[in-house]
Design a protein around this ligand. Structure first.
Ligand code: ATP
Length: 202
């Protein structure tokens, strides 16, 4: 899967719609202090389903909406779109047959976040699962934020293992397995109940 483009509108310091093209190879973001470099990375993480405002240097999620400056009125909506390609076979159903994916997260003051994948309304969980499967979610090892390198080096072995598991693309599978096990247990309980009832009838 490749990340092709990020479109940011009304998010943090990006009052006007801004597109960032991501070319193959290494991409650097340069600029003076405070110009919004970290905000670009946060926009990416936000679109991937980040659910903790503190990880985006905010008190609550609505703080990501452009708050206005001396010469510019604040906005009520923030929207970030992330374009991926070469995704064929990597995304969970019903998107597994699509080669290009457009993931959009939008927040409006007073009404929370809404997500779309290729124009279809989805839950935050669907977007998080998608990126867990692609091993590049907001908490995945592929996103290493400022200060986290040191944390990783000093982490307890079991915490480090979870990072390695993510890198090996198995955390998405663990979550699925857990869900499948819960379903299996529910089905077993139903079966036992059905057998009880049959026993009573016979
Ligand atoms: P540094 O090099 O110092 O780390 P940076 O280029 O990474 O800086 P950011 O931290 O991404 O810069 O951007 C900070 C700027 O974003 C600040 O000027 C701040 O006022 C602005 N900003 C953050 N949130 C909002 C918001 N909701 N509305 C408007 N501006 C915002």
């Amino acid at each position: 899967v490749s990340f092709r483009r990020l479109r940011i509108a009304g998010f943090k310091s990006f009052a006007e719609p801004t597109s960032v093209e991501i070319m193959p190879g290494l991409t650097g973001v340069v600029g003076p202090n405070g110009c919004g470099k970290s905000n670009v990375v946060e926009a990416l993480r936000w679109a991937m389903g980040e659910s903790n405002a503190r990880n985006l240097r905010g008190g609550e999620m609505e703080d990501v909406i452009f708050a206005g400056t001396a010469g510019r009125a604040s906005r009520n909506i923030a929207e970030v779109s992330l374009y991926l390609d070469e995704a064929h076979g990597r995304a969970p159903p019903p998107f597994h047959e699509q080669d290009e994916l457009e993931i959009v997260r939008r927040i409006e003051r007073g009404s929370g976040s809404a997500y779309r994948i290729n124009g279809k309304d989805v839950r935050a969980r669907d977007v998080q699962t998608l990126f867990a499967d692609l091993a590049s979610g907001s908490r995945a090892s592929a996103m290493v934020s400022q200060g986290r390198v040191g944390t990783l080096v000093n982490a307890r072995p079991e915490d480090r293992r979870s990072v390695l598991e993510e890198a090996a693309n198995i955390t998405g599978l663990h979550a699925r397995r857990h869900e499948a096990e819960l379903k299996l247990r529910a089905a077993e309980a139903n079966l036992a109940r059905a057998e009880d009832l049959r026993g009573q009838l016979e």
